[in-house]
Design a protein around this ligand. Structure first.
Ligand code: NZQ
Ligand code: ZN
Length: 384
């Protein structure tokens, strides 16, 4: 096991009715800015519930944060918050709203051009504190310090990670996910699954607990994902799905183990150029990525085949092939296509995607930094 520091300061308020408990989580005297997305929380009543829970706490609102949140929109919130001297943010929505709120939180006190936080990894001296009310289990943003922001003008989709943007608290009420369209539930299952894969399908590191946690989370997604689609108001299923997605990317299973993230980096470029949902890009890239890197990942792929898919007999290469095919079939069974052609994207798209990777310095990806541009190209070709 590798050395690690693990610290996760986010308080989780889990379960039905927990929105009512947010008042005491907000510092007394705070001026709050509620942030939300394109209006789902207005329609579902979640926003009204949040406002009611705030009671006498004064608040402003900023809506319109889009999926794959943009710098352009978020800077309007930064201006509003600076003007109104907001000192606490409350994100109500999915990963995009929470990621966007992290950027707003870091940008408000930032001196200089806030885009540098993403483009130049400019250090963040401090961030405005914030909490979240999660409505879409997928990204883990509700309990991590990562944020992914898109600049529409230049088609850059970049990430930053900083301990100052851990949410102070997050409410995870599974009933708030009942209104999700099937596509977003499927996206959430795929995204969480690939988060686990990025931290587990690398090389053996004698990290038994992390491995078994990862396998348990994957097995839970395989069991509960289809049920979440079939029975949208099954509380137990949604509760298991929600907690699994959070644990998939809150630092726990990634502590002390090598991490990959090449699938995500290639996926971000597909979203930036072609507008696919984040999880759709992962469903396309992961099976091809595993196939191209099967020799480097052999030990873990065999463990994955055996412990997650029950493939323990016969030729080792055949087991690896079957495990990759099972992964693909699982995503397809959730109605998430796993080939670029499934989204109308052909071979002509590959060169611009590789150029984007180069422009963003994504030239040595993966747990061994050996996924260069040629390998990324190979992955994309196999994903056609
Ligand atoms: O915008 P509204 O109207 O709220 O609608 C949203 C949006 O259209 C809708 N939605 C959310 N909750 C709902 C709902 N509709 C009905 N009922 C509800 N309860 O769902 C749509 C998608 O929402 P979005 O927040 O974009 O989805 P997701 O949570 O999958 O977030 C994706 C973003 O997170 C980033 C992705 O790159 C992408 O930008 N990621 C963030 C990570 C992190 N912070 O650690 C890691 C991930 O790998 C990922 O990169
Ligand atoms: Zn993801």
């Amino acid at each position: 096991m590798q050395n690690f520091v693990f610290h996760n300061p986010t308080r989780i308020l889990f379960g039905e009715g927990q929105i009512a408990a947010i008042g005491p989580e907000i510092p007394s005297g705070a001026r709050v800015l509620i942030t939300y997305g394109g209006g789902s929380v207005v329609k579902t009543g979640t926003l009204a519930e949040v406002k009611a829970a705030l009671g006498d706490i004064p608040f402003l609102e900023f809506g319109g944060i889009e999926p794959n949140p943009t710098y352009e929109t978020l800077m309007q919130a930064v201006e509003l918050a600076r003007r109104e001297k907001v000192d606490f943010l409350l994100a109500v929505g999915g990963g995009s709203v929470i990621d966007g709120t992290k950027f707003i939180a870091a940008a408000i006190p930032f001196e200089g051009e806030p885009w540098d936080i993403l483009a130049k990894h400019a250090p963040i001296a401090r961030a405005v504190p914030f909490g979240s009310v999660l409505t879409l289990p997928a990204t883990g943003s509700e309990m991590n310090a990562a944020s992914v922001i898109t600049r529409s003008a230049t088609r850059d989709k970049l990430a930053f990670i900083d301990p100052s943007v851990f949410p102070r608290f997050s409410v995870l009420d599974p009933t708030k996910t009942y209104t999700l369209p099937p596509r977003q539930i499927a996206n959430g299952v795929v995204d969480a699954f690939v988060h686990i894969a990025e931290q587990y399908l690398t090389y053996p590191a004698d990290a038994k607990v992390q491995d078994r946690f990862a396998e348990g989370l994957m097995l839970t997604l395989i069991e509960e994902g289809p049920k979440a689609l079939a029975e949208p108001e099954n509380y137990a299923v949604r509760a298991n799905l929600m907690w699994t997605a959070t644990l998939a990317l809150n630092g726990l299973i990634g502590a002390g183990v090598p991490q990959d993230w090449a699938t995500h980096m290639v996926g971000h470029e597909i979203t930036a150029l072609h507008g696919l949902d984040h999880a759709q890009t992962l469903a396309v890239v992961l099976p091809a990525m595993l196939q191209v890197r099967r020799f480097d990942k052999r030990g873990k792929l065999l463990q994955y085949a055996g412990r997650v898919w029950g493939l323990r007999e016969g030729d080792e290469d055949a087991r690896i092939d079957a495990a990759i095919e099972r992964t693909r079939d699982f995503f397809e069974s959730l109605q998430v296509p796993t080939r670029l052609s499934g989204y109308g994207i052909g071979a002509e798209a590959i060169a611009p995607l590789v150029d984007q990777l180069e422009r963003h310095g994504m030239t040595a990806l993966g747990e061994r930094q050996d996924v260069d541009l040629a390998r990324s190209r190979e992955v994309l070709e196999l994903a056609l």
